[in-house]
Design a protein around this ligand. Sequence first.
Ligand SMILES: Cc1cc2nc3c(=O)[nH]c(=O)nc-3n(C[C@H](O)[C@H](O)[C@H](O)COP(=O)(O)OP(=O)(O)OC[C@H]3O[C@@H](n4cnc5c(N)ncnc54)[C@H](O)[C@@H]3O)c2cc1C
Length: 563
Amino acid sequence: MTYRAPLGEYQFILNHVVPLAPVAGTERFAEAQPDMVDAVLTEAARLCDEVLAPLNRAGDLTPARLENGVVRSSPGFKDGFRAIADGGWVALAASPEFGGMGLPQAVNSVVGEMMAGACLSLQLNPLLTQGQIEALDHHASDEIKALYLPKLISGEWSGTMNLTEPQAGSDVGALRTKAERNDDGTYAITGQKIFITWGDCDFVQNVCHLVLARLPDGGEGTKGISLFMVPKFLPDGEGKPGPANSLKVVSLEHKLGIHGSPTCVMSYEGATGWLVGEEHKGMAAMFTMMNAARLAVGMQGVGVAEAAFQKALAYANERQQMGAIINHPDVRRMLSTMKAEVFAARAIGLVCAVALDMARATGSAEWQARAALLTPIAKGYGTDAGCRVAETGVQVHGGMGFIEETGAAQLYRDVRITPIYEGTNGIQAMDLVGRKMSDGGEAAQRLLDEVEADAEAARSRLPDLAGAVWAAAEAQREATEALVAQGMLDRFAGAAPYLHAFALVLGGHFHLRAALAEGGAGPRTTLAKIFITRLLPRHAALLAEAREGSEDLYALSPEDLAS
Ligand SMILES: Cc1cc2nc3c(=O)[nH]c(=O)nc-3n(C[C@H](O)[C@H](O)[C@H](O)COP(=O)(O)OP(=O)(O)OC[C@H]3O[C@@H](n4cnc5c(N)ncnc54)[C@H](O)[C@@H]3O)c2cc1C
């Protein structure tokens, strides 16, 4: 069974659950009318089904390799990328001023999800380029924009993101890569970066690295970091790649999954770089790239989960053990919960994307706060759900799930990176209860108000489901009040279960909307019931953990843990 992009699901969600209509109602996104969006998604689905999905196995079996300092990509990736670039898919949400299509992030997120479901390793390449386009669009000088954006948007060049160093992972502020001012206004960048995705690539003419580094007068920690554009080949004024820059790929990592995506150790040896944004303010610029990428990574989790679900469903229909295994209750349980989680995670990702679009189109602080609040939830829940669903997918296959040829194991291995990169899910959860609650929990409470109001309105038609969603939202509201009254250590200790609980409330909310959209009876209502009666009750246990604080965790000392 090969992957098929679930077009009907996207259309249903964007019409009835997380409506795109308000976005299309803004001047900025007026083009995103239903017919146009349908046409775009149909074309993207064709690309994913016919061109990208067939490459997924080749990426796993024949990993990218380093040959004389140059990355050689997996078989077929070059043509796959050309199809992505030539179709304009890198440029979907990019500014029309530089050749982009200027479509909403919600549409881009759907396309990203389906590409990730089809071939995660290759999709990482345009994902990072898109993040770079966004960072440059917001922070780079007009000169850099004019030189780089058209090439990145057309897919002639690709972009990377260079934060991580051996001693600086989650603690980005510990980075040691140095930047020194050259006389001509450029900078010399020296240092080592590790884990750089697509740090080199044989199907583009230039690889553009956005590198975080510290100037001699940059202070300690994240405040003293600056951001630089450091291309593999130095472009001339017309954008023709010229001499090689002083940087190289030292080695590629051997990994659990995403073998088709080269993960590079990079060495910068006095490489020429151009400042992006202001000196010492690189983190702010990098955050633009990271935020775009965080939602995109959440959607990667959803995409792989969808692929794992489809594979498991097909196998369960075929495999005979006392009849087709799909007729056994435990297999039904697994498949139904997989489908219910995929729907919830997808809707959460898309509601975050819609908030980003509304923030961009209206400039409203409320939409900005909504998008900021939802980003760590979309990333954390989308990727954790991705792992759970892919793991269940292996289980549905029984022994064959453990055997590589079914492809279920590959999906499980591939998706496992998603809760780790772009800020681990632990860091996402801390972001949610820390920075995103610096408003005293106001944005969270506003969202919960809406969930409760919807549930109230649904009570007459679906009393049991609506009542359960309302009660969960109310419990989340109380937990939020308790959380913002806590010290940071206690908050952080409960952050991960709090994030997951929030996602379950939102998942219940969107399932309820789906049920109402089909009139309260039918398969979507049954799926809503499965989510709300089987998964949502876990919410209470998660909030109990979230409220527990940190004392017991620290009472058990490292020595106790080792005893
Ligand atoms: C395949 C792959 C691709 C990647 N691609 C890129 C890329 O393109 N560019 C790039 O710059 N980086 C990339 N990374 C790096 C990735 O973003 C980091 O691995 C990630 O941010 C975690 O950093 P770390 O590995 O150093 O883990 P650590 O920071 O050492 O974390 C280890 C554990 O400690 C926890 N932890 C750490 N600090 C805290 C804290 N303050 N509070 C609570 N918990 C904490 C973490 O949540 C985690 O569970 C990639 C990594 C991989 C494996």
